[in-house]
Design a protein around this ligand. Structure first.
Ligand SMILES: Cc1ncc(C[n+]2csc(CCOP(=O)(O)OP(=O)(O)O)c2C)c(N)n1
Ligand SMILES: [Mg+2]
Length: 665
């Protein structure tokens, strides 16, 4: 392993003005053997008072009194820390505010790759999906002012979906704070990018001296990954990137590797939960993102099979249990599967694991469509107690890591002798659910064989799903296509179908698929995205070419912001404005030729007009092993119907496509 030593003479000489360093030394990088480097490492346990040499250790004192040949500046500390955390690559975009950070990346380019994108939000979405697939956080880098102001959409998305990444944002030099320097947000408070992002990330750190960087970076990383994960911003003024920061970066291993947030539930609560589940006549489990990304899928399956409890999923939990599993009910939502909604709304005990109960999962909290709580007795388990009791009263609320909780439940069951107590009732309940499943299958059957053009959306979702190999990662964008995919794809793994549910920003899937590819080089990565979102973020084509990323975009081309037009049709008596794309002369539908656009960027591009050709096009796209775009002409006038409803307060509520509101007796 090689480490760098920046050849600067004394920390003070580089403060604020790197030009005072002889040009020959300024960018010099020495490679030394790690053992030699280790000679200069102070013990990570030794505290140091800012500005004072540590008198007892000797080591630090010696290092300070010698010419500080290995002093790292702020940027170098951050980069070294990322490398220690085994971040293989960072995603970002340059600006004058972060060129010193990029320089530090340059110095360590054999240890960490730098991926340059064409829009900052793309970097954030890539970092986001990289985590969802790999389970490891990465970082973004953006400049001061507008560069970082392009990032918040992806920060907000990660925050609401509990996905961590470290956003290293540049800011103006501290010496220019509150002077209205180029790109400074100064009108309310100096260098105030933190105010821009404070509501959409877990925390913002803004070190204003070089020596504050080591503490900021290690704390930022810890905040990001512990408890309920989420993105953190490290906002670094221009001079702080360059200022001498430390002899070495904090030791990531000692600061962060030994912290566990896998807290279990109150043991009495575990006993009570088991009592409730064993005594239930119509129990259902509802799983969310906490199960998928919390690595609890095995434990979930074990519990479900052991107690024969059916498992429904929120959109963020779909795939936690293979949807082909006999106990899997599918999706609870407005457009959810009948067997899922109809089971959860009749359940006498509902065990909710890592779920938020948002309006789309809960049919806008109107009783009898998704849930009927009470009388359903809710056991709600979440790592974040803020989510417990937010929308429904609980019979039992437990703050816990979902995986640990499931292990606790399984252990408690090992101690019980009365597991078979309700076997017959349970069989009856599952048989009842089977009837709902058949009703749903009959309800949706016509869509699978519809051969019309433009392609029926249900058929399109089905064809896409059939064409994907078992290990494929499908990243959806936001729009009506996402609902169709949730309804008719059959995710087998926790990362088979990735979507955004909290913030729902267009572009998430267009860009996120490239993050998936970085996380899983050997798995096919496919994005299904709306024509509106693709046009918004078409810059991704260039990035895929520049980094040779064999991803496939399936553009769900319905010549409209169709999900929103659907609302105008459903709630506003069809008064349509600003929701479709049309030719001003003919009034006919308009869009660019996406396939030609792709080819102009060096990406393979094809157009598909018939349902029967979708599968073949996807298989070819994956086999091509290079960036590939498939533009599919899809009907816009059909909307996915399910067993739930959605209300826009003041405008009314939709009607379920199947079933009626459940009234408990
Ligand atoms: C950045 C952003 N702008 C606006 C919206 C509101 N919005 C949600 S879905 C949608 C339409 C998306 O159109 P398209 O990408 O073509 O997908 P479709 O619904 O047609 O499948 C819009 C405008 C959003 N979610 N994100
Ligand atoms: Mg569209």
């Amino acid at each position: 392993m090689l480490c760098y030593v920046s050849a600067v003479s004394k920390p003070e000489t580089i403060t604020g003005d790197r030009t005072s360093i002889p040009a020959s030394d300024r960018n010099a990088t020495l490679s030394i053997d790690v053992q030699q480097y280790d000679k200069y490492r102070a013990s990570p346990d030794e505290p140091e008072l800012p500005g004072l040499a540590h008198s007892e250790s000797g080591v630090q004192e010696e290092a300070k009194s010698m010419p500080s040949r290995n002093a790292l500046n702020g940027a170098q500390v951050i980069v070294d820390y990322l490398i220690q955390e085994k971040v293989p690559q960072v995603f970002g975009l340059c600006g004058h505010g972060n060129i010193q950070f990029i320089d530090a990346l340059y110095e360590r380019s054999s240890d960490i790759k730098t991926i340059s994108v064409h829009h900052e939000s793309v970097a954030g979405f890539m970092a986001d999906v990289y985590y969802r697939v790999s389970g490891r956080p990465t970082a973004t880098f953006t400049s001061c002012g507008p560069g970082s102001a392009n990032l918040p959409i992806s920060l907000a998305n990660a925050f609401l979906d509990s996905v961590p990444f470290l956003a290293v944002t540049g800011n103006v030099p501290t010496s220019q704070f509150n002077r209205g320097a180029f790109q400074e947000m100064y009108r309310h408070y100096q260098a105030d990018f933190p105010s821009t992002v404070r509501t959409i990330c877990k925390k913002v750190f803004q070190p204003t001296r070089g020596e504050m960087v080591p503490l900021a970076v290690r704390q930022a990383w810890k905040t990001m990954v512990t408890g309920r994960p989420g993105p953190v911003v490290l906002d670094v003024p221009f001079d702080v990137f360059m200022e001498s920061a430390a002899e070495e970066a904090p030791n990531a291993q000692s600061w962060n590797a030994n912290i566990s947030s896998r807290c279990g539930a109150d043991p009495e609560g575990v006993v009570k939960a088991v009592d409730m589940l064993l005594g239930a006549d119509r129990p259902v489990m509802l799983v969310g993102q906490g199960v998928r990304y919390g690595g609890a899928c095995e434990e979930l399956k074990r519990l479900a099979e052991r107690l024969q409890i059916p498992v429904a999923a929120s959109a963020s939990g779909l795939g936690a249990l293979d949807v082909n599993h006999p106990l899997a009910l599918g999706l609870v939502a407005r457009a959810g599967h009948y067997q899922a909604n109809h089971a959860t709304r009749q359940a006498d005990v509902l065990l909710a694991l890592g779920v938020r109960f948002d309006d789309r999962t809960s049919s806008s909290w109107i009783p009898g469509y998704s849930f009927t709580i009470p009388p359903t007795r809710l056991i709600h388990v979440d790592i974040d107690p803020e989510e417990i009791g937010r929308n429904y009263p609980v019979a039992l609320g437990l703050m816990a890591d979902v995986r640990t909780f499931l292990r606790q439940l399984n252990e408690e069951l090992d101690r019980r002798r009365d597991l078979a107590r309700k076997e017959d009732t349970r069989k009856k309940w599952l048989a009842q659910i089977d009837v709902y499943r058949k009703e749903w299958d009959k309800f949706v059957a016509p869509g699978f064989s519809d051969d019309t053009s433009p392609v029926n959306p249900q058929r399109a979702a089905h064809e896409i799903d059939k064409a994907l190999p078992e290990d494929a990662i499908l990243v959806s964008d936001i729009g009506v296509h996402h609902n169709w995919l949730l309804g008719f794809c059959k995710p087998k793994r926790p990362d088979s179908l990735i979507g955004s549910m909290g913030f729902g920003p267009m572009g998430f899937g267009v860009a996120g698929v490239m993050g998936a590819k970085f996380a899983a080089r050997d798995r096919p990565c496919v994005s299904v995205c709306g024509d509106g979102a693709f046009f918004m973020h078409a810059n991704v084509l260039g990035t895929a070419v520049e980094y040779n990323l064999p991803v496939v975009w399936v553009v769900w081309n319905n010549y409209a912001y169709a999900s929103i037009r659907g609302l105008q049709r459903g709630y506003l008596e069809g008064r349509e404005l600003a929701t479709d794309f049309h030719d001003p002369l003919t009034g006919g539908r308009y869009n660019p030729d996406f396939a030609a656009m792709a080819r102009s960027c060096g990406v393979e591009g094809v157009r598909v007009d018939r349902a029967a050709d979708i599968g073949e096009a996807i298989r070819k796209g994956i086999a091509a092993n290079k960036p590939y775009l498939i533009d599919v002409d899809i009907a816009a006038d059909v909307n996915p119907a399910g067993a739930g409803v959605w209300e826009l307060p003041g405008l009314g509520r939709s009607k379920p496509g199947i079933g009626v509101q459940f009234e408990p007796t």
